[in-house]
Ligand binder design. Structure first.
Ligand code: ZN
Length: 679
């Protein structure tokens, strides 16, 4: 029986997959979440329900995998047993449902008991001990394969390097969460502000960012902790329940979750999770839920797995933290694309243990829609993993003295007039000389998601810019130690460190580089898509919007701005001079096997009048795995010539590029066996 899937459902599923995949990428790979966890969970559930109901599952659906691929810079480690994620429950009734489902699958004689522990908001890890010695530590990655962070994990003092004081199994894979306490997180952000580095959004990001350091000494300088709560593969360890495991871990001197309790039935579970939810205000660490597990391993085994998560465990999600506070001021900042973003300055308030003193208001439409005024008391929410945001204005607290903030008419950074394009919510400064934009561009370029130059944060960029040392990001690669030593903030060691960090950033993946240079509308995802489709940077030079639109994921807006960027000779000069200054761009994302067609890996340029419309020929080339480019270069495989070829023919001859006719192209497509392999 096949169901017919209504078009609007297919569209919704495709939209959800795209949205969730993009956010998973931001969350897992880049540690820079934009979507609230609760929203993510909601969308995820909606997708899963639709997939189940309509039997329509896209191959790249997030329900078909556990997380996101690991970053390229660490070695990879396979998990002997997959590290799965957990299903969620959002209310006591959903916990009762969970219990009911379990009971249905078990027999009446089975003694079903549960354990409850707080869910640590950190980074999941697997630690492998062979003959009691820590031999490997890796992140979860996509659940099957993670990043090897052994050297970094060893710097965490809470982790035993050797199992002592207990049974020592031949091998045991221990799962746990690396996290940072709230106080340590706040101290770290304070220090980063002093050093001119961007703050971490939350303790989870701080922990993840500290583990994913190529230099273990940086990890060592951060106060990280660990809570161990699970077992992967094990040999020579005979335990029968989760409670026994926790006991064994405790004996073996592993840190285990605080507030771990046993529950005889689901009502006891509900009262335990409620206690944790109330008590979490005073926990030194961040938690956004509690994990409920079936205690007996035999029953866990009997219950087994669904496609993506175990049936025997669930994560009970707490409501987001909220607090009321006063808006002291509404200010605005200018981003690297000239967008002027308003933000609220609050009377500092503790929300879920973290001090919050400002939050973005996104755009002026949002301010008008919510009618947010200076002097208003507002309700602010902070969900585990996102930047705080204003939920609502408490209008009953108004005194009449509140001030409405008008739409800006001039740029707060340079005083130039601002524009608001039709159909856009954003207000923009379009001055080419706006110092805020140049500085923001440089800050973005060197940020962690960008070229990752440790130590080149806001404060230092400001300093270098004001001294005329950096006018654009290429100048970063011209900085010398002597220049730095003349500045107030630098000494021998800090200058050496920054120069070393700059040197390290010279090796970059194309996707990262494309994201870093800040092309309008090109976020991490678009940059990745471009890297998958274009072998090297030069392939994008003078590209037409039409060529970009042939890529499935690319729309008019991105195509237009990418084409405009790479058609501007000033930009090309900038890129070329960066290459001259020693930037080496590699492209591990390029998908040579995406179509495996007869034209796989070949680049064609068309010139002269063709028997078919040009667009149609380009589509034909793409369909068979080839790539149609607009300019002849050394990487061009064939120049496809019709009548009256232009100067491209001369260029092709000069570079020794093969010249073929339309008929020969068709023959090439048919001649599957004899295709020349060029790359
Ligand atoms: Zn400006």
């Amino acid at each position: 029986m096949t169901h017919t899937v209504p078009t609007e459902i297919m569209k919704e599923i495709e939209g959800l997959v795209k949205e969730l995949n993009y956010n998973a990428y931001l969350y897992y790979v880049l540690d820079s979440p934009v979507m609230a966890d609760a929203d993510y969970d909601k969308s995820y559930r909606r997708l899963r329900d639709l997939e189940e109901h309509y039997h329509y599952i896209l191959p790249d659906s997030p329900t078909q995998r556990v997380g996101a691929p690991a970053l390229e810079k660490f070695a990879k480690v396979k998990h002997e047993e997959p590290m799965l994620s957990l299903d969620n429950a959002f209310s006591p009734d959903e916990l009762r449902e969970f219990d009911k489902r379990n009971r249905k699958l078990l027999s009446p004689d089975d003694v079903l008991e549960y354990t409850v522990e707080p869910k640590y908001d950190g980074l999941a890890m697997e630690l492998i001990y062979i003959d009691g010695v820590l031999t490997s530590a890796s992140t979860r990655g996509d659940g099957y394969e993670g990043e090897d962070v052994t050297r970094n994990i060893r710097t965490i003092k809470a982790i035993p390097l050797k199992i002592e004081n207990s049974t020592v199994p031949a091998r045991v894979d221990i799962r746990g969460e690396v996290y940072m306490q709230i106080a340590d997180f706040e101290a770290l952000n304070l220090q980063r502000a002093k050093d001119g580095e961007p703050p971490f959004a939350n303790p989870r990001n701080a922990a993840a960012g500290s583990i994913r350091q190529l230099d273990p000494s940086i990890t060592a300088s951060r106060r990280l902790l660990l809570a161990c709560y699970g077992l992967g593969f094990a040999k020579g360890l005979s335990l029968t329940s989760h409670a026994e495991l926790i006991n064994w871990l405790k004996q073996a001197r592993f840190p285990v979750p605080a507030a771990f309790v046993m529950a005889k039935d689901i009502e006891e579970v509900i009262s335990a999770v409620t206690n944790i939810e109330i008590g979490r205000q005073s926990f030194p660490f961040e938690t956004d839920g509690a994990v409920v597990k079936v205690n007996a391993f035999a029953l866990q085994q009997k219950l087994g797995m669904k496609t993506r998560e175990p049936r025997w465990a669930t994560a009970y999600k707490f409501k987001a933290h909220q607090a009321a506070t006063l808006i002291r001021d509404i200010q605005s900042s200018v981003g690297r694309t000239g967008v002027i973003t308003p933000f609220a300055v609050f009377e500092p308030v503790r929300i879920g243990g973290v001090t919050v003193s400002r939050s973005t208001l996104h755009n002026w439409d949002e301010i008008q829609r919510k009618d947010i005024r200076i002097g208003d008391t507002v309700l602010v929410e902070r969900a585990g993993d996102v930047i705080p945001h204003v939920i609502a204005v408490l209008t009953e607290k108004r005194t009449g003295a509140e001030q409405v903030v008008p739409l800006p008419v001039v740029c707060p950074a340079c005083g130039a007039g601002v524009v608001r394009e039709e159909g856009e919510v954003a207000v923009r400064c379009i001055s080419l000389h706006c110092p805020a934009q140049v500085q923001e561009k440089i800050i973005h370029f060197s940020s962690r998601g960008g070229m990752d130059i440790e130590g080149l944060g806001e404060k230092n960029v400001e300093l270098f810019y004001s001294r005329g040392l950096i006018k654009h990001f290429e100048d970063i690669y011209r900085l010398k130690k002597e220049d730095l030593l003349e500045l107030p903030r630098f000494a021998e060691k800090s200058a050496d460190n920054l120069i070393a960090a700059i040197g390290k950033s010279k090796q970059a993946a194309l996707s990262r580089f494309l994201f870093s240079i800040g092309i309008l509308h090109v976020g991490e995802y678009a940059a990745k898509v471009l890297a998958r489709n274009f072998r090297k940077l030069e392939d994008l030079y003078n590209i037409s919007p039409e060529e970009i639109i042939t890529i499935k994921q690319m729309g008019d807006k991105i195509a237009g701005s990418v084409s405009a960027f790479f058609s501007d000779p000033k930009n090309i000069d900038l890129l070329n001079s960066m290459v001259k200054l020693g930037i080496i761009i590699t492209n591990p994302d390029y998908e040579t096997e995406k179509t495996a067609g007869p034209l796989d890996g070949m680049t064609f340029v068309i010139t002269g009048s063709m028997p078919k419309p040009r667009k149609e020929i380009e589509t034909l080339i793409e369909k068979h795995g080839g790539h149609a480019a607009s300019a002849v270069s050394k990487s061009t495989s064939y120049l496809l010539t019709g009548d009256d070829p232009g100067s491209k023919l001369d260029k092709a001859k000069q570079l020794g590029v093969k010249v073929i006719s339309y008929e020969e192209l068709l023959k090439l497509i048919e001649d599957k066996d004899k295709q020349p392999k060029l790359f």
